[in-house]
Write a protein that binds this ligand. Structure first.
Ligand SMILES: NC(=O)c1ccc[n+]([C@@H]2O[C@H](COP(=O)([O-])OP(=O)(O)OC[C@H]3O[C@@H](n4cnc5c(N)ncnc54)[C@H](OP(=O)(O)O)[C@@H]3O)[C@@H](O)[C@H]2O)c1
Length: 247
């Protein structure tokens, strides 16, 4: 079934990890996907894989810490497809520096990439979605947006802010636009590898009744649900996709 036939979906942070897996899920469901990230080689590969499977996609190279570059994601989407139906604000910059040591430069980079860029893109897509009478914005939060035990200060604050942004966008952009967040737990991606993989997160994973880490595709299928009319009465929610870990 092509549940996203002819829909245009921007997915930030889709050159890797759960964003890439979501790009594949959305493309399989008929969406025209805008793949985003900084790494052109990986972006091109994702687009080629989508096209090889009969799907449609373009890529836009943009650093989410630079808001002018963030705007080019919207501009190039409109240039290529003329509209947008789904915005998945998924790009995330992990910061491991605790509060006594973090510099304002690092703090600002995390906030810009993980929160402000999501607002900027939401502002860009809103007039189009409002005019069409429908649209879905999905934000990637984290278990670190639920509990401080899962992330140092900037990341924890950014992901908590993502939950607030989700609630505010749902309130202010409804009834045409729905906005929800996904809060992943330990998902097997490059980001998880960068903090020591499943071994480093063993206590967290052991607290899950499912006793395992999740896959990017298990995020992609939830994003698909939130992108389609299957979730038409859900807005402003943060949906934990974390295997039920303690938080
Ligand atoms: N993996 C987990 O266990 C976990 C848990 C909770 C939440 N999350 C969240 O899930 C989201 C996706 O992470 P992931 O685990 O899939 O990690 P990942 O495989 O490392 O992917 C991160 C994505 O974000 C992009 N990105 C990072 N910094 C960027 C920047 N400055 N400008 C543009 N793009 C940038 C990367 O693209 P380029 O490298 O091409 O720039 C990549 O496509 C993030 O928001 C993360 O915080 C992950």
């Amino acid at each position: 079934m092509q549940r996203l036939k002819d829909k245009v979906a921007i997915i930030t942070g889709s050159t890797s990890g759960m964003g890439r897996d979501t790009a594949y899920v959305f493309a399989e469901e008929g969406a025209k996907v805008v793949v985003c990230g900084r790494n052109e080689e990986r972006a091109r590969e994702v687009v080629e894989n989508i096209k090889a499977n009969g799907g449609e996609a373009i890529y836009v190279i943009a650093d989410m810490t630079d808001l002018d570059q963030v705007c080019t994601i919207f501009d190039k989407t409109i240039e290529a497809y003329g509209t947008v139906d789904i915005l998945f604000n998924n790009a995330g910059l992990l910061s491991l520096t605790p509060s006594p040591d973090i510099t304002m430069e690092e703090w600002d980079r995390v906030m810009t990439c993980d929160v402000t860029a999501a607002l900027v893109l939401a502002q860009k897509v809103y007039p189009i979605m409002k005019e069409k009478g429908s649209g879905s914005i999905i934000n990637t939060s984290s278990v670190a947006g639920i509990s401080a035990r899962y992330g140092p200060v900037a990341y924890c604050t950014a992901k908590h802010a993502m939950n607030g942004l989700t609630a505010a966008l749902a309130r202010e952009m409804g009834p045409e636009v729905r906005c929800n967040a996904i809060a992943p737990g330990a998902i097997i991606t490059a980001m998880l590898d960068s903090v020591g993989g499943t071994e480093a997160l063993a206590p967290m994973i052991a607290s899950s009744p499912l006793n395992r880490a999740g896959s990017g595709r298990e995020i992609g299928t939830v994003a698909l649900f939130l992108a389609t009319e299957d979730s038409s009465y859900i807005t402003g929610q943060v949906i934990r996709v974390d295997g039920g870990v303690d938080a």
